[in-house]
Design a protein around this ligand. Structure first.
Ligand SMILES: Cc1cc2nc3c(=O)[nH]c(=O)nc-3n(C[C@H](O)[C@H](O)[C@H](O)COP(=O)(O)OP(=O)(O)OC[C@H]3O[C@@H](n4cnc5c(N)ncnc54)[C@H](O)[C@@H]3O)c2cc1C
Length: 402
């Protein structure tokens, strides 16, 4: 049977997160955007009601339809993108651990990423480098195994890490065999306070300003052998396969992105919907030439198009989320499709919302300009617009398009 009807559990989840987004997140959005700081009190509020934490994530992941995470993200980011990412950025680090770690490592490290209700913490996933953003195979951060001490020694510079200067746990992607390109990489867990791990001041950004982004330095960082995600035996087997030119294993960073693209796309859908709803209400109330502006087809049709695009983006997200959960391979890069579409729709819808509001839409007294600034990142992180196109084009053509 095919159905797009949400279950009672899913509608309850949606309404619960929406309540938090409307009552706690949205009212605080402007303040934290201006402060450009991690909104710890809001993260704590989220933890208190069970909306932030290991169990929350585990429950969301347990949904056999795969839709709970997109539903959760859409509602939270409807509240605000910056605060939304401050809350959900840890999910990327957790996804890195889930993707590459053993069950023991998941149980040990994922709860540490989130901390406790009284003392919430955040995690950071560090793949990008100044010379390795889109091109993950250009990564330079090295991890060398010291057999004598059963330790890994990490050296390098990670760029753009979400939660970079406030994280308690860092999931670091590093090169263990540079001759194998992206197949010679592995993921490591480094707790804050480890000697040689240093974080830079947070970056000043265009949008998502309540979410911390910073560079992370690794200078002779020594971590126990047990902090290699997946373990040494699995890594050695993967490297051996790669050296023999056999398929399989894949890249740790890429495995994480596969898991997280539809989830990230749903964040963009939430921002787009927030701008759409705001613009719709505004258009009904704003009177120009003696009538509400929505009575003009030019405005009403714009809103009709925005709504149609948002619903189309959400359907692509739900399809990809369902496929990922059901184990249906992304034969045409459906995860990338969802991210490509949702990012574009978010940028376009929020820009149109500014247009519908006119002059006030361009000011910081109204939320749509913030939504527009926040939306732009969805064309950039987790694979840029062009990288999604590249992945889709390769998948549909079988040609190694560049
Ligand atoms: C706010 C923010 C948060 C982030 N959070 C994280 C994080 O938590 N962890 C993390 O690891 N990284 C994170 N990133 C990094 C992000 O993933 C990268 O910025 C992104 O992957 C793009 O890499 P780049 O910036 O090096 O751009 P580049 O790779 O230099 O790309 C520049 C331009 O060239 C285009 N381009 C590149 N190659 C091709 C090609 N083959 N064909 C066509 N066009 C191409 C790109 O699409 C882009 O338009 C974050 C970035 C930002 C801004």
């Amino acid at each position: 049977m095919f159905s797009l009807q949400l279950t009672e559990e899913q509608t309850d989840l949606r309404d619960w997160v929406h309540g938090f987004a409307a009552d706690v997140v949205r009212p605080a959005a402007h303040e934290w955007d201006e402060r450009e700081e991690t909104p710890w009190p809001i993260i704590q509020e989220a933890a208190k009601i069970g909306l932030y934490g290991y169990e929350t994530l585990a429950n969301l992941q347990a949904d056999p339809t795969g839709l709970s995470i997109p539903i959760f993200n859409e509602e939270l980011f409807w509240g605000d993108g910056g605060i939304g990412l401050a809350i959900m950025g840890t999910g990327l680090a957790a996804a890195g651990i889930f993707a590459a770690g053993t069950t023991e490592q998941v149980i040990e490290w994922v709860p540490q990423c989130f901390g406790s209700v009284t003392e919430p913490k955040v995690g950071a996933f560090c793949s990008s480098e100044p010379e390795a953003g889109s091109d993950v195979s250009a990564m330079r951060t090295r991890a060398v195994y010291d057999e004598k001490t059963d330790e890994w020694v990490l050296n390098g510079l990670k760029a753009w890490a979400t939660n970079g200067s406030v994280a308690s746990v860092f999931v670091i992607q590093a090169v263990v065999d540079k001759n194998l390109g992206s197949r010679g990489q592995a993921a490591f867990v480094v707790p804050v306070g480890t000697k040689g791990l240093d974080v830079a001041k947070k970056l000043k950004k265009h949008g998502l300003r309540a979410s911390n982004t910073a560079d992370v330095f690794l200078d002779e960082v020594r971590i126990p052998g047990a902090n290699l995600l997946g373990g040494k035996e699995k890594l050695d087997a993967k490297l051996a396969r790669a050296r023999e030119g056999k398929k399989g294993g894949g890249q740790a960073a890429m495995a994480t992105f596969e898991l997280t693209r539809p989830a990230v796309a749903s964040m963009a859908v939430g921002i787009a919907r927030a701008a759409y709803e705001y613009a719709l209400e505004y258009a009904k109330g704003r009177v120009v030439f003696g009538r509400p502006i929505i009575e003009n087809q030019a405005i009403a049709f714009m809103l009709a198009d925005i709504k149609t695009e948002i619903d189309a983006a959400r359907l692509l997200v739900w399809r990809a989320a369902w496929m990922a959960k059901a184990g249906v391979p992304f034969a045409a890069a459906e995860g990338s499709m969802s991210k490509l579409k949702a990012g574009r729709v978010a940028v376009w819808s929020t820009e149109r919302a500014i247009q519908i509001l006119g002059g006030v839409g361009y000011t910081r007294d109204y939320p749509v300009e913030r939504m527009h600034r926040d939306a732009k990142i969805f064309d950039i992180f987790e694979g840029t617009e062009q990288i999604q196109q590249l992945v889709i084009a390769r998948a549909i053509s079988g040609v190694q398009i560049r």
